[in-house]
Design a protein around this ligand. Sequence first.
Ligand code: MG
Length: 159
Amino acid sequence: MRVGIGHDTHRLVEGRPLILGGVRIDHPRGLQGHSDADVVMHAVADALLGASGGGDIGEHYPDTDPRWLGLDSSHLLADVVERVRGQGWQVGNCDVTVHAQAPKLTPHKPGIRENLARLLRVGPGLVNVKAKTGELVGPIGRGEAIACEAAVLLIPIPS
Ligand code: MG
């Protein structure tokens, strides 16, 4: 078995859609970034790369590359899953924590979980989504940013 962790933070700005775990969420501001800035997808992808010893998403999908401009990060995660499976690994389970002062994420957790499970090619019971506010402290608590942490376990694909 192999374990990996991932983390991502993006700034909240006006004039951008808010997309978390592939779910478009109604909110006055969205995350700034080269791609769709989906911190959940980015953190999970980094956890997968970490577990497989594959580096990080910055190496594989540099934000200077015009191919990733406005990218739906679901494609990025699907690509990383493909890469890791090609090395003989499948996902054992995945756990994520999203840090956002607003909006309330409770209604969106099932959608995020389903999207991640589909992309990771596991049942939804193997994916867990948690949400925390920033307790009004620091950049997350002030609503300046949203962050996500992820942990992924990889197990060998049975031959
Ligand atoms: Mg990112």
